[in-house]
Design a protein around this ligand. Structure first.
Ligand code: CUK
Ligand code: CUA
Length: 652
């Protein structure tokens, strides 16, 4: 265990204070079960000075808010975990690609349409593999407005509004059949980037594996984002066709390198396995070359090329074909050391740090050098598709010896880089200026990504870093063979790193997270004006005001305009006939911060979350005659249990 030699003067003060208050005959303070003062608790619980220091650094007294929000991917959960830092308390799960009952996400209202937009190949998907959340940026800094995340398994992109922490949009393109370099934003969030991982014929066609080299492709999608509307604009989005290498992570240039995006790749061997067919496995076939290729893409130029119509439409996506990208000078390759993984642009926008899963170095590429070589057309050759290749040595600023298996890198704004080292299970701190190792700290165990405060911006904060470890192994009480992941909070405020907190993550493998200063977010407290539909703009056309509640039979079914207020639904009796289509229009007409209601209708898979001021629309068929109580699912008042009613479905 790392210990800090710093003494704890406060401990003596606190001990004295507690002792004094306990010794006071008039005091009613009872000694705790563990001991009567801080010193005995520390002794009783066998805590070191470093433990106490860590506890004090992360403890939040009741009512005090955390300094940072961390938005972590929920991995297989297909959602996002919101965590307060430094306390590491979970504040919320944001439902994204999977239904979530408490938030009523996917249980009747328009959130179901958001989810449905993510269906692929006619299949309703109820899971996702979320890897990389990305906060929206303005001028290369997190602006606290939106959050994006992709799905590696079923290529889709989601938009989350940070005013109400709700997923507002999911877009899915059949162009790709898997992705990984997603989501990454350009410095003003003009585009949200989604890049393929496993090559496949573009657009979802079939082609035999024997035609891998000619028919299989990668692609990078640039989803156009409208910041004012908070939505991706599909018909202004475009993609660039890429060779059938396995494109991996991506990062967008910033400051001087704004306009470029960089993406590494593995399997430039173009292996595709075939263990039972006498071919080498993918893992061996894809690790033959000493170098893979960093893809350097001039997206500003690509945007112009797309605007000029030099695209082909595949699966409704405008695609800049590879030959066009080459002819227009949009796409270059630079060799990068064997099986690279992370690609992270430094806060000044000048360098790219690339890790290597089977290497011991981080390689620091100079974007200025890459651009100069591209402009001078100084190529060392071309790949099998004619894409120009730049010289490795002439593209780099240098390498830093890190340890075995460097993956991802974050920054602290003090000129230091922090790299996760998977095989060695450490975080390595090193100097960007002279590329020298400064410090290492153990992680438990097998660290993947790491996330520093404001770590992907032009002005990182330092202070905190979360090591996102793959397996907790012995860190927590055992819960069977499937191990939770382990987030370890690390203090990076000093020269040496210290570990502060271990947090089990029990719902999937998160991969990545971003940490933003809490005061940058301005979440709303209630939906206002009353009748706001979070999935549409403004007040819903079917919003209901008190006194205007009614039930009407129309051509398309029975419409119910309902309000909720503590502690009743109006109407509280709904009579329909078996087989009727029922349209529920429900407005929570309250504006008090704590006046959330729910609306559950038994046996119909309907549960709405009706936050103050919110309006929801639900359409369902009353398939079976019967009596179905409906009730409020949030404990909203003393008479919450009485907030109920009946749906009566009369037989035909
Ligand atoms: S990847 Cu998982 S540890 Cu998807 Cu960003 Cu590197
Ligand atoms: Cu409304 Cu409980």
């Amino acid at each position: 265990m790392t210990t800090r030699s710093r003494s704890l003067p406060w401990l003596c003060v606190a001990t004295v204070a507690v002792a004094a208050s306990c010794g006071d005959p008039g005091s009613s303070a009872a000694p705790s079960a563990l001991g009567s003062d801080v010193r005995s608790i520390v002794a009783e619980r066998n805590l070191s000075e470093a433990d106490v220091q860590a506890a004090v650094q992360t403890y939040m007294p009741t009512g005090r808010h955390d300094d940072y929000y961390t938005f972590a991917s929920g991995g297989h959960g297909g959602n996002i975990i919101v965590i307060g830092v430094p306390s590491m308390r979970i504040l919320k799960y944001i439902a994204v690609f999977t239904p979530e009952p408490w938030q009523g996400y996917g249980y009747g209202d328009e959130s179901g349409d958001v989810l449905k937009a993510g269906d692929r190949a006619g299949t309703t998907l109820t899971w996702a593999d979320t890897h990389h959340p990305a906060l929206s940026e303005s001028g290369g800094d997190y602006d606290g407005r939106y959050l994006f995340i992709g799905d590696k398994a079923n290529p889709r992109m989601a938009v989350i509004d940070l005013r109400d922490f709700m997923t507002k949009q999911i877009v899915a393109s059949e162009l790709l059949q898997s992705e990984h370099g997603a989501a990454f934003v350009t410095p003003d969030t003009d585009y949200v980037i989604e890049t393929s991982q496993y090559p496949a014929p573009l657009g979802g066609r079939f082609a035999p594996l024997e035609q891998f080299d000619t028919e299989y492709r990668g692609a990078m999608i640039f989803w156009k984002f409208d910041k004012e509307k908070g939505r991706i604009v599909e018909d202004q989005s475009f993609a660039i066709e890429l060779p059938p290498y396995m494109q991996d992570l991506a990062d967008a240039g910033k400051k001087g390198s704004d306009g470029w995006v960089f993406c590494n790749s593995i399997n430039t061997e173009r292996a595709w396995g075939g263990i039972l067919e006498g071919k080498p496995s993918l893992e061996s076939g894809s690790t033959q070359n000493d170098m893979d290729y960093l893809h350097c893409i001039n997206w500003r130029k690509a945007e112009q090329v797309a605007k000029a119509g030099k695209t082909e439409t595949i699966a409704k996506m405008r695609v800049i074909r590879m030959q066009t990208a080459i002819d227009e000078g949009l796409l270059y390759l630079v060799p990068e050391p064997k099986s690279p993984h992370g690609v992270d642009i430094t806060p000044d926008g000048e360098d790219i740090v690339v890790g290597g899963k089977l290497d011991t170095h981080c390689t620091v590429f100079s974007i200025a050098k890459i651009r100069a070589l591209a402009e001078q057309k100084k190529f060392i050759g071309r790949d099998p598709y004619g894409i120009p290749i730049l010289d490795f040595k002439e593209s780099i600023r240098g390498q830093c010896e890190i340890g075995l298996g460097p993956l991802h890198t974050q920054f602290d704004g003090q000129g230091n880089a922090y790299t996760s080292v998977f095989i060695e299970s450490v975080v390595a701190k090193w100097s960007l200026k002279d590329l020298k190792l400064i410090d290492k700290i153990d992680t438990h165990f097998n660290i993947g990504h790491l996330c520093a405060a404001e770590g992907d911006t032009v002005s990182p904060d330092g202070k905190y870093l979360i090591a996102m470890n793959k397996w907790a192994l012995d860190r927590f009480a055992p819960v069977g063979p499937l191990l939770p992941q382990n987030f370890q909070l690390v203090d990076i405020g000093g020269q040496k790193m210290t570990r502060l907190y271990d947090m089990p993550i029990p719902l999937g493998e998160p991969h990545y997270a971003q940490m933003i200063k809490a005061d940058k977010l301005k979440p709303i407290e209630v939906y206002s004006p009353i009748g706001t539909n979070p999935f549409h703009e403004g007040v819903d056309k079917d919003a209901v005001t008190a006194g205007k509640e009614r039930i009407e039979r129309k051509d398309d079914g029975v419409h119910v305009w309902m309000t909720t207020v503590r502690s009743h639904f109006t109407p509280d009796i709904v009579r329909v006939k078996e087989g009727d289509v029922v349209h529920l229009h429900v407005t929570n007409v309250e504006q008090a911060h704590d006046a959330t209601h729910g609306l559950a209708i038994g046996s119909h898979n309907i549960n709405l979350s009706l936050e103050p001021g919110k309006h929801s629309n639900v359409v369902f068929t009353a398939k079976r005659a019967g009596v179905y109580p409906f009730y409020c699912t949030e404990f909203c008042s003393a008479l919450h249990l009485e907030m109920a009613g009946y749906l009566l479905v009369e037989p035909r």
